[in-house]
Design a protein. Sequence first.
Length: 286
Amino acid sequence: MTLSYTPIAEIVDDIEARLSAVERISLFLDFDGTLVPIEADPRIPRPDQATVDTLKKLAGRQSLVTTIISGRAVEDLYSRIRVEGIIYAGNHGLEIFGRNLHFVEGVAWNRRGDLERLTDELSALLRPIEGTLVENKGLTASIHYRQAAPESLPGIQDLVRKTVARYDPMFLLTQGRKVLEIVPATNWNKGSAVQWINDQLGGQRVLSIYAGDDNTDERAFRTLPDAVTIKIGHLPETDARYRLPDPGALQELLLELTIASELRCCAEAGGEGCSERGELTDDGHQ
Ligand SMILES: [Mg+2]
């Protein structure tokens, strides 16, 4: 099946056409597979300097709030990006920090002990299978098997499924891109997190832009039917409005967006420029 990707200019045109009617842009970016290419070893991905520079530019806009939303733990996410003035939503949105926001979902917090027992069990069971990695991220866990031999995959999945089932109904097992995710059974997901962040930021006329590559991002796409939603990568099914092939294409779009928001900023300032005006009070990561 051949997928057709959206020309970047078409997405930029859509955003620019809506800018005059909004008071703020709320930009949501997934991390792995969206902002950075996916690596076989999940410990490797870090944004390159150009991406960090773009994020810094976006973080300096008064009328634009950037959130990085990921399955990684918030501390892990922050340690890879280290840009102040943006919001970090970790563990699929179960924990949210930055720009004076501080949220941890209560059910997930209370199940940390159970999650630790579950991941200890899984680590022991999977240790003999080469190429697997059990990662306890505090509120959720990931079972990475990208480096495992293809013939061992059914066995890995079966073992994980049976172990998680013994903790029923506390945890759910979901399939990501070559990763199994163990999440506490709550009503919270990336879609709820996006809604919560927008509610906290307030404002009537907000344009949300959301880019993501994974199944978990689909919840957010559905939560934001009027938003500029962008699916990254080649998974065929999506509820996103647009589609880009890879993080490189998203990087191009983000650069265009920094220029568009700079122009908007200048227009608001009556052509005076906005380098000072656009600076945010840097409350940093909490
Ligand atoms: Mg992703």
